[in-house]
Design a protein around this ligand. Structure first.
Ligand code: FAD
Ligand code: ZN
Length: 226
């Protein structure tokens, strides 16, 4: 109770399975007394491209544009574009970040990747010697909740689903100092029976009920590749 949750949601259709997972999370967490904010990226028409437009003031070096350097400088001088500042504020206030999305090419949809690229600016999320356990977004938790097209069995044959979580959980969240909870994966909702789909939705509600008692994973290579 009293915890702040930011759900970054990347699906175009509210009636989708992802839409149902989002709805459940908002309802259950609100019921627990958490304050829940949703960044509905498609509805916001969130800009995923990392461009010069992200810097509103003058450029540090207008001769040769360097996105990382320019956003870092702009962050320090308050010159980042308004949409980025708003997302950073939501991240800053949150105790828990939930990412809700369908798996696209073993990764996240471009609009969500763009959110990572643009919001987690140097100086805000990490700094030169401040990364991983020293990252700037400490005392926050993250949870990747996603759906797949492929079945659980196929993922077991093709290789552990944990491999594809390495860039997202370790490369992004851990890098920024954010602790990582077990991912929540709903396999192949499109190919499941109505009954199985309802079961998967109930499982998400159940997990959320005891979420705050969970320990973060040990986000080291062993968790992913052992
Ligand atoms: P939906 O189709 O919206 O939902 C499935 C069914 O659930 C629908 O019939 C819907 O009506 C129903 N439903 C919704 N809410 C409820 C409810 N409350 N109760 C009961 N039923 C409900 N998959 C992979 O495994 N690996 C990949 O690398 C991959 N890459 C992709 C790349 C692209 C570009 C695309 C477009 C897809 C890719 N996929 C991949 C598939 C993708 O991950 C799945 O299509 C997606 O995860 C399915 O989720 P959804 O929310 O869109 O499902
Ligand atoms: Zn890690």
């Amino acid at each position: 109770p009293g915890k702040k949750v930011l759900i970054v949601y990347a699906h175009q259709e509210p009636k989708s399975f992802n839409g149902s997972l989002l709805k459940i999370a908002v309802e259950e967490l609100t019921k627990q007394g958490c304050s829940v904010t949703v960044s509905d990226l498609y509805a916001m028409q969130f800009e995923p491209r990392a461009t010069r437009n992200d810097i509103v003031g003058h450029l540090h070096n207008s001769e040769a544009f360097n996105y990382g350097v320019e956003t870092w400088e702009a962050y320090k001088s308050g010159g980042l574009s308004k949409d980025l500042v708003e997302e950073q504020k939501k991240v800053q206030e949150a105790d828990l970040l939930i990412f809700q999305f369908p798996l696209f090419w073993f990764s996240m949809p471009a609009i969500l990747k763009g959110w990572m690229d643009r919001v987690l600016v140097q100086g805000f999320a990490y700094d030169l010697s401040k990364a991983y356990d020293g990252g700037l977004l400490q005392d926050k938790l993250s949870l990747f909740s996603f759906t797949t097209g492929g079945s659980k069995e196929k993922y077991a044959i093709r290789g552990d689903v944990r491999y594809l979580l390495w860039p997202m959980q370790h490369g992004i969240m851990h890098f920024c100092g954010v602790k990582v909870l077990e991912p929540h994966i709903c396999y192949a909702p499109e190919h499941a029976s109505e009954e199985k789909r309802k079961e998967m939705l109930t499982a998400w509600t159940q997990r959320l009920k005891t979420l705050w008692k969970e320990e973060p994973i040990d986000c080291s290579p062993e968790w992913y590749f052992k």
